[in-house]
Design a protein around this ligand. Structure first.
Ligand code: CA
Length: 226
């Protein structure tokens, strides 16, 4: 489980990473909004600690673009601006929590741990829907105990859906996430991947299905008992 710390104050960033490390949370650090955007385009983090006062851009801009592409990674905003108005703006922009400087490291760690426990997007290494399991590190999918063989792109699409199981995922989000993984997709590609996934999962006795929600997107859900 990796976190991203976006903080331009080097001493504070160092203090944060040490404190997180002591709590068993490894963190990458970037110091500008641009670096945050770059790393977030390709890397999935379990949570983000985001300073608002960054040298090149307001951290809220990073947060807004993250949420605009429906990325639900928990974000804890860290800022010197502790006023009620700033807090409201931060939360309205999609922050999950808000901590004003100066803060106690213990409180930051406790709040992050609470965010990581929050249900919603599945953050674990092993995903499960019905009898489909997905080891996200080994990139291996099983139906029951039987390993399944999909292309890397199909596996990427399945992961996006399984991380949001039971919820509708827009086609645009799937495209954006694939793009973020540097996977180039043609116009009908998503439909093709979904079609292949659906057929193979059905053929191998999966007790979950990928449903199409017309005009909206896709949803993977466990089959209801008859
Ligand atoms: Ca700052």
């Amino acid at each position: 489980m990796r976190l991203l710390v976006v903080e331009d104050n080097r001493e504070l960033a160092e203090l944060l990473t040490k404190g997180l490390d002591a709590a068993g949370l490894a963190a990458d650090v970037v110091a500008t909004a641009q670096d945050a955007r770059d790393v977030l385009a390709t890397t999935r983090y379990a949570a983000i600690v985001l300073d608002l006062g960054l040298p090149d851009e307001d951290g809220l801009g990073v947060l807004r673009s993250l949420r605009a592409r429906e990325d639900t990674t928990p974000v804890l905003v860290l800022t010197a601006r502790g006023g009620v108005q700033d807090r409201v703006v931060g939360l309205r922009s999609g922050a999950d929590d808000y901590l004003a400087k100066p803060f106690a490291l213990e409180e930051l760690v406790a709040r992050l741990q609470a965010l990581l426990r929050r249900p919603g997007e599945l953050l674990g290494r092993s995903l499960r829907v019905g009898n489909i399991t997905f080891d996200t590190e080994a990139r291996q999918v099983f139906v029951g105990d039987t390993p399944q063989f999909f292309s890397a792109r199909e596996v990427a699409v399945l992961e996006i859906l399984m991380r949001r199981s039971g919820r509708v995922v827009s086609k645009k989000l799937v495209e954006d996430q694939l793009f973020g993984l540097s996977i180039d997709v043609g116009s009908n590609a998503i439909e093709v991947y979904i079609h292949r996934l659906r057929r193979q999962l059905a053929d191998s006795g999966a007790k979950a299905q990928i449903h199409t929600v017309r005009g909206v997107g896709y949803l993977i859900a466990e089959d209801k008992a008859p």
